[in-house]
Design a protein around this ligand. Structure first.
Ligand SMILES: [Ca+2]
Length: 185
């Protein structure tokens, strides 16, 4: 039995080394137009994909806390697709013609969001399993395995205009102190 162990270990190691390399996974990520939107402002979220296989169509969900963020307008679907009906009403679905879409930095959709609450807000991507219109459809059938990467934004409580006003007042008061000292000299 003890003699068998090294033989089994060598066999397992050999099998691992000769195994086919795992296929690269398609990935989908979020890029935001700003990392720190002001409270009450609108900013854009781009959903971008790197595909390792041609994709015929996609459907997904953009996830966030609705007390922190809200969708301003229906999403704009990327130029490689035409927008199709999404049963959940979020508009995040597109179809490609012919040979599908393959490659890196493929824009899926752009979503305008309103920053509604100060603090850190997380953005995620997901697929609802029982929604048959969601997923990344391969040619001719089946769905691609996709990894998702979310993003975060830090919503600034202080609108930048009031910050500039504060800085202006500080500069003004420093100047008046200098003028005051000169008058006393
Ligand atoms: Ca959806």
């Amino acid at each position: 039995m003890t003699r068998l162990f090294p033989i089994i270990a060598v066999l397992v190691l050999g099998a691992t080394m000769t195994a086919e390399p795992a296929a690269a996974l398609s990935s989908v990520r979020i890029e935001t137009s700003t990392p720190s939107p002001d409270l009450g402002s609108t900013f854009e979220v781009q959903i971008i994909a790197d595909f390792t296989d041609p994709i015929l169509g996609f459907g997904l969900d953009l996830d966030f806390d609705e007390t922190e963020l809200s969708v301003v307008a229906p999403p704009t679907i990327g130029p490689d697709w035409f927008g199709v009906f999404a049963p959940d009403g979020d508009g995040l679905a597109g179809l490609a013609g012919g040979a599908g879409v393959l490659g890196t930095d493929v824009l899926l959709a752009t979503v305008s969001l309103s920053a509604d609450d100060a603090g850190l807000a997380l953005l995620g991507l997901s697929i609802t399993l029982d929604d048959l219109t969601e997923g990344f459809a391969l040619i001719p059938t089946g769905f691609d395995a996709v990894s998702f990467t979310g993003a975060e934004v830090q919503i600034s409580p202080e609108p930048s205009t009031s910050l500039l006003l504060t800085l202006g007042l500080v500069a003004l008061s420093a100047r008046s102190r200098v003028v005051g000292r000169r008058a006393h000299a």
